[in-house]
Write a protein that binds this ligand. Structure first.
Ligand SMILES: [Zn+2]
Ligand SMILES: [Zn+2]
Length: 391
């Protein structure tokens, strides 16, 4: 039974009626001969601004602190993020941090996929969910409450969002005489597209796609949602490494949000972009491949366990694990040396820079070695799997 008192009426009515208003206004706009390319461009620009404000702003900056941004960038994200009509950045981020800490826990994860596709997609937004935060969660939001811009947006997001998402495009489109198109096409139609593409991250990205790095949670990597959401579809990676400013980690992965963040860093507007070291990502991916391989082999007729092939694979694993450890030690040493060069004057700068260069070379060698052993392990794994398939 639905508890009427718990229904969030404003959001519910908007989410139910906006697709109908969007369809009717689009029909009227086209039928009345008001079609205008300028309005379409305006809608696309606004769609991009709002989408990026949610992905690079609400998500990767405010929820996960994967980089730092100067105040004009934060203000932009807060104004256009408000126009997404998904609440204030503060509440959005706190909900999202709970989602990460309790993913798939039906009692705690606000948009747990375990409660069904519709619930994860938008059902959870229809109700006033338990907004009482534990002390720990309040502490986790402390960094946000210290940002006056975030607090200002928390108190004003509705009028600010309404202005940026509806009034502003209507006023701009008035310049070419299309107030209706500005309000309804760049406003309402755009808002429905914005909503449902973002919602897909909580629904589709938690049930369709590949579990590249871990199968201990429901998050999945999915190129389709990545395209719809400016790169947020690499959700399995994101749940494994939420502190990385990238979601699509390979350079060719479709992740415009990471390009925006990187681009802004080149002009000094963002800084301290956090990246997970390459070997940690590759090791995690390889561990997942091993898990999958073992499941396949135990289901096949092949007597693999205890075989020579298993010993070879174990030997290669030991080699790449050792290279991984060496790499971690070298990175720690490099950090220590760099710190000494920053703080301790008694070290000779030339000596420090020589030491740094040597360490960097050793890191490169260890990295190469690690990748080689992983490559050999992978080749062996493929051979074993092909053989298992044949018997
Ligand atoms: Zn998720
Ligand atoms: Zn996240």
């Amino acid at each position: 039974m639905v508890d009427v008192k718990k229904v969030n009426w404003v959001t519910t009515l908007y989410l139910i009626f906006s697709p109908f208003v969007a369809a009717a206004s689009l029909y009227y706009w086209l039928k009345s001969g008001s079609f205008n390319w300028a309005t379409i461009v305006l809608a696309l620009v606004l769609l991009t601004f709002i989408q990026v404000s949610i992905t690079a702003g609400y998500h990767r900056l405010f929820s996960h602190r994967t980089y730092n941004a100067k105040w004009p960038v934060r203000l932009f994200f807060l104004v256009f993020g408000g126009a997404a009509f998904e609440g204030a950045a503060l509440s959005w981020s706190l909900d999202h941090r709970i989602h990460h800490n309790h993913v798939d826990d039906n009692g705690k994860d606000p948009y747990s996929i375990g409660k069904g596709f519709f619930w994860a997609h938008m059902g959870w937004l229809l109700f006033k969910h338990n907004s009482e935060l534990t002390q720990k969660e309040k502490e986790r939001g402390g960094d946000l409450m210290n940002d006056p811009l975030v607090v200002w947006q928390y108190n004003n997001w509705l009028p600010v969002g309404f202005f940026a998402g509806f009034i502003l495009p209507a006023l701009i489109a008035l310049l070419w005489g299309d107030f209706f198109g500005g309000l309804f096409i760049a406003g309402v139609v755009r808002s429905v597209i914005n909503h449902h593409s973002t919602f897909l991250i909580n629904s589709l990205s938690h049930c369709v796609g590949k579990q590249t790095y871990s199968d201990t949670h429901s998050a999945r990597d999915n190129l389709f949602t990545a395209i719809l959401t400016f790169g947020e579809g690499y959700h399995n990676y994101h749940h494994e490494f939420p502190s990385d400013y990238r979601n699509g980690v390979r350079f060719f992965d479709w992740d415009p949000s990471k390009w925006v963040i990187k681009g802004l860093s080149l002009v000094g507007m963002t800084s301290e972009l956090k990246k997970i070291p390459d070997e940690i990502i590759l090791r995690k991916k390889t561990q997942m491949k091993e898990k999958r391989m073992k499941a396949k082999l135990s289901a096949s007729k092949l007597k693999f366990f205890g075989s020579t092939q298993e010993q070879i694979l174990e030997g290669l694993k030991e080699k790449y694990e050792n290279a991984f450890k060496t790499l971690a030690n070298l990175r720690a040493e490099l950090k220590k040396t760099q710190k000494a060069s920053d703080s301790d004057f008694k070290y000779d700068k030339t000596f420090i820079s020589l030491e740094t260069n040597i360490l960097q070379d050793r890191i490169n060698d260890a990295h190469r070695e690690f990748k080689e052993y992983v490559g050999e392990w992978n080749a062996m794994r493929r051979r074993v799997l092909a053989y298992a398939k044949a018997v």
